[in-house]
Design a protein around this ligand. Structure first.
Ligand code: TRP
Ligand code: ZN
Length: 890
């Protein structure tokens, strides 16, 4: 921000069409060592709906070196140049404008625009990075036909890539060469990409449903060529899946993925040339955990699916971001459920939503899925836009059913192909195919905050009636003080003593969406009552099956009811959630009992239930693993009004200890069984094997808490023998996070060995950083500070920052140490990063934004850091927006 004047807010209500269209964009990019010269030739055509005849192009950090309008050089009296715009007035209907700029990718640390990641030149243009390459109408509703000529040194940059098809290449003087790429599809500038460098190639082919042959390429640094097979398989599966599930075929003859080390996010869907963070492409068993294998598959699919939901049909403006992101996350979640276990995928998504999106919705950065104002759009690539946006699409799918939803998506893609559209256009397609009025449903897009759904029940034995009473409310948020009721689909069953009870609603039953023992009720009012008839016994209601709506459910279950759901419900999410709720209750009880008794007993019913879960061979081992996992501190801290840092930590730790002790024997048996099963077959990442390793390592974690000689030996053995990163990292974590002095020397030894073994693998070294940064050790901050001086650490690399600083700031007891030193540490880092990489600075700031949830002393210290950051000169828009919203009076 220049001169500390407050940057201005952009409003959805101010949307206007652009004054000109850019019919063709021809780029000539000359890469030299130290600088790059860009010549952009724009074919402009006046928008018939705009009479201003004024063209205001966006630009950021550009050196303007020449401007030619219709063949005539312009001098500086013929245009206006300020820090963010290049403006021309009194224009005609059509022009050719040639813009020459010089940029400096070698010193571009923001990782937006053209920059250098190690030895590779690459671009990141979403959301507003293209304006760092040339002056342009850098907005998604300006769609253009791109031709890109890249020239660079032959030795340093043998590979030259851009969107679309290569139409020419050849030699130049001075050991330079060029390539020309042409993209036949119109696209906004945020989907532009360019790559130049020395890259190695994994190649494959895919035949589309209409029989077209597509060349698939994955470009990486040579050392990583052995880690590309999984991404390639994932890509082929994604292409086939999108044809089958959505009828969407790929539309170019070539599809490329490039992996770079320095990347602000996971990956980017540039047309025909996706650019990925190496962390979302590379995978092989020795270096990659199962969770990471699944992430690679999910991100490859996500970016590929954007080719339709995002590229062929794009966003009119950035307020519509969830149009592409929410829908694409929904699509990649469907894909992942189809590839592996649907229940496990659902539980993982709910975990993220509850622990992080609900917190965002409850904090100062809360915003609707369709925001109505922003200062810096980069700050809105949030869990709300992505994850909650996907939940909203999922609810549409639930309300319409698969057949109508597919009809709706077909209509949306066909009607809007080649257009830049809005969320309303998407919902309208769903309305038209279903004949439903979705105007009330659209409140999910407009009202921020997580709805709370309070449910009470009454059983009237005499009339065999069961009444469910629903009350919804949603806390006020900045954009909307008084919330109107949401449409909430509640998928439910009633469980009797021996299983599911038949469901008969007193008034009517929608035969389309409910079978006998389950139905989806649609809440539309603040308070509603449903009466079930013919209910012969007092049931346990299984509510929100499959987590049918992103709400906080409150129902006073008895322990007995939860145990019944855990035993009898066929919906895996509900069973898992029942186990979670039982554990949360136990933690609450322990927290209260701890006041008087340092070692309170835990309830035998919970131990019995979990013993039964462990013994149940009919259960997916991945589900057993999830059910045995005690809720995270992050989620527990979400539940109360004020975060009780130490009390929650201790109560949680105590529950884990007591469970480990009570379940020691079956856990050990289970551990050995899973190990034996794994040993009997070659390593694979199919869901069944991933599940076995998950259970094995959850058992190992609990056993390590026992802290005896035997468990230490077990952990050390797994650490030494592991032939895959899932097992190796689980053992490493168990050693490093142990609070037992018996583990001390093994821990020190493991930290050294792990680094020595993996120092050449950057992604594994990131684990090495993050495991240490998330340690419960009281001196963790000192360790983190020491690690910042380690040669493998790099303040310019976002993966490293996330691994060390991000992990530490999400380490509840470490970061929130009452001495406040964690806060000051983050304050220092933000001030540094504000200069080098504002996007990452603003993201890492998140834990400080939640200051209002803590006790007074912590509040004061957290707020002091926010104020200190706020008073910095030259705050980026990114950091300014997050800090000022956090400090605003609520
Ligand atoms: N569109 C990308 C995705 O979700 C997100 C993205 C990648 C991004 N890099 C970015 C957003 C940089 C903002 C800034 O797949
Ligand atoms: Zn996306």
């Amino acid at each position: 921000m220049k001169n500390n004047e407050a940057p201005k807010k952009i409003y959805l209500k101010d949307y206007r069409e652009p004054s000109y269209w850019i019919k063709k964009t021809t780029l000539d990019v000359q890469i030299y060592d130290g600088h790059t010269d860009v010549t952009a030739t724009l074919l402009l055509e006046r928008n018939a709906n705009d009479e201003s005849r004024k063209l205001s192009l966006d630009g950021d950090s550009l050196e303007l070196r020449g401007l030619t309008l219709d063949g005539k050089k312009l001098d500086d009296t013929q245009y206006v140049l300020d820090a963010e715009h290049l403006t021309l007035e009194n224009l005609s209907d059509q022009h050719e404008l040639i813009i020459e700029t010089r940029i400096y990718p070698e010193t571009n640390t923001s990782l937006e625009g053209l920059y250098k990641s190690r030895l590779i030149y690459c671009t990141q243009c979403e959301a507003e990075g293209f304006r760092k390459i040339t002056y342009y109408l850098d907005r998604p509703d300006v769609m253009s036909e791109f031709t890109t000529r890249i020239t660079a040194d032959k030795t340093r940059c043998p590979i030259l890539l851009s969107n679309g098809n290569k139409i020419d290449e050849g030699e130049c003087a001075n050991d330079r060469h060029f390539a020309v790429w042409h993209d036949p599809h119109l696209k906004p500038a945020y989907l532009f990409a360019l790559v130049a460098g020395e890259l190695s190639l994994l190649e494959d082919r895919f035949t589309t449903c209409s029989g077209r042959d597509v060349l698939l390429q994955i470009w990486v640094e040579e050392k990583d060529l052995d880690k590309c097979a999984h991404a390639m398989d994932s890509l082929k599966r994604s292409m086939a899946w999108d044809e089958q599930r959505y009828g969407r075929e790929y539309d170019l003859d070539i599809f490329m993925i490039v992996a770079v080390d320095d990347f602000n996010m996971g990956a980017m869907e540039n047309k025909g040339l996706n650019i990925f963070n190496t962390s979302c492409v590379l995978a092989k068993k020795e270096t990659t955990t199962d969770a990471e294998f699944q992430r690679v598959e999910g991100v490859v699919a996500h970016e590929y699916f954007h080719n339709w939901s995002g590229n062929r049909v794009t966003c009119r403006d950035w307020f519509q971001l969830s149009l592409k992101e929410g829908f694409t996350v929904f699509r990649d979640a469907q894909f992942s459920s189809d590839m592996g276990s649907a229940t496990v995928k659902r539980v993982e998504d709910v975990l993220l939503l509850r622990a992080a999106q609900f917190a965002e919705d409850a904090g100062p950065m809360a915003h609707p899925v369709q925001p109505d104002a922003f200062i810096e759009i980069s700050n809105f690539y949030t869990l709300t836009i992505y994850e909650k946006g996907a939940e909203v699409v999922r609810m549409l799918h639930t309300l319409l059913g698969e057949t109508l939803f597919r009809k709706g998506s077909d209509l949306y893609f066909e009607r809007h192909d080649g257009q830049a559209v809005t969320i309303d256009d998407f919902v309208r397609a769903m309305e038209e195919v279903s004949g439903r009025d979705l105007s009330q449903f659209k409140r999910w897009y407009k009202q921020a905050g997580t709805p709370e759904l309070e449910v009470s029940s009454e059983y009237i034995e005499a009339s065999e009636e069961y009444v469910l009473q629903f009350k919804q409310r949603c806390r006020p948020t900045v954009e909307c003080k008084e919330k109107q009721p949401f449409v909430i689909p509640v998928d439910l069953s009633l469980l009797g003593d021996a299983g599911k009870l038949p469901l008969n609603l007193k008034d009517q039953l929608d035969p389309e969406r409910s079978d006998n023992t389950r139905m989806v009720i649609e809440l539309t009012e603040a308070e509603e009552r449903f009466v079930f008839t013919g209910v012969k016994e007092l049931p346990a209601p299984a509510l929100l099956r499959g987590f049918s709506a992103p709400v906080k459910l409150r129902y006073r279950y008895t322990d007995e009811q939860l145990l019944r759901i855990l035993k009898l419900e066929d919906d895996g999410f509900c069973r898992w959630d029942a186990a979670q709720q039982l554990m949360i209750r136990e933690i609450d009880r322990i927290r209260e009992a701890l006041v008087a008794d340092p070692s309170p007993a835990i309830s035998p019913a919970l131990v019995d239930a979990l013993t039964a879960v462990l013994a149940d061979d009919s259960l997916d081992p991945a589900m057993v693993s999830l059910m045995l996992t005690v809720p995270s501190e992050k989620y527990l801290n979400e539940l109360g009004e004020q975060v009780e840092v130490e009390a929650t930590h201790h109560a949680r730790q105590l529950l884990e200890r007591k469970l480990a002790k009570a379940l020691a024997e079956p856990l050990l048996q289970c551990y050995e069984l899973m190990r034996a099963r794994q040993a009997a077959k070659p390593y694979s990442v199919v869901a069944a094997d991933v599940a076995e390793r998950a259970l094995q390592n959850t058992a190992l974690h609990l056993l390590s808490i026992l802290g005896d000689e035997k468990s230490l030996a077990l952990v050390q053995q797994q650490f030494a023998e592991a032939d895959n990163m899932t097992d190796e990292l689980a053992a490493f974590k168990a050693l490093v996070h142990s609070t037992r002095s018996r583990f001390d020397s093994a821990k020190t030894d493991a930290i050294q060995r792990f680094y020595t073994k993996w120092q050449a693998e950057a992604l594994v070294v990131n684990h090495w950083f993050s495991v240490q940064a998330s340690s419960p050790a009281p001196d963790v901050l000192e360790q983190v500070k020491a690690l910042m001086t380690h040669p493998a650490f790099d303040m310019k690399n976002p993966n490293k920052l996330r691994a060390l600083i991000g992990a530490f700031c999400n380490n509840v007891t470490g970061f929130h140490n009452a001495n406040g030193l964690g806060y000051a540490f983050l304050g220092d880092r933000i001030i540094e990063l504000n200069r080098s990489n504002p996007q990452i600075a603003a993201r890492l700031l998140t834990p400080l934004t939640k200051w209002r949830r803590y006790d007074e002393k912590r509040q004061e210290k957290m707020k002091a850091q926010l104020e200190r950051i706020q008073s910095e000169p030259n705050l980026s828009k990114d950091v300014f927006e997050v800090v000022s919203k956090s400090l605003e009076l609520s």
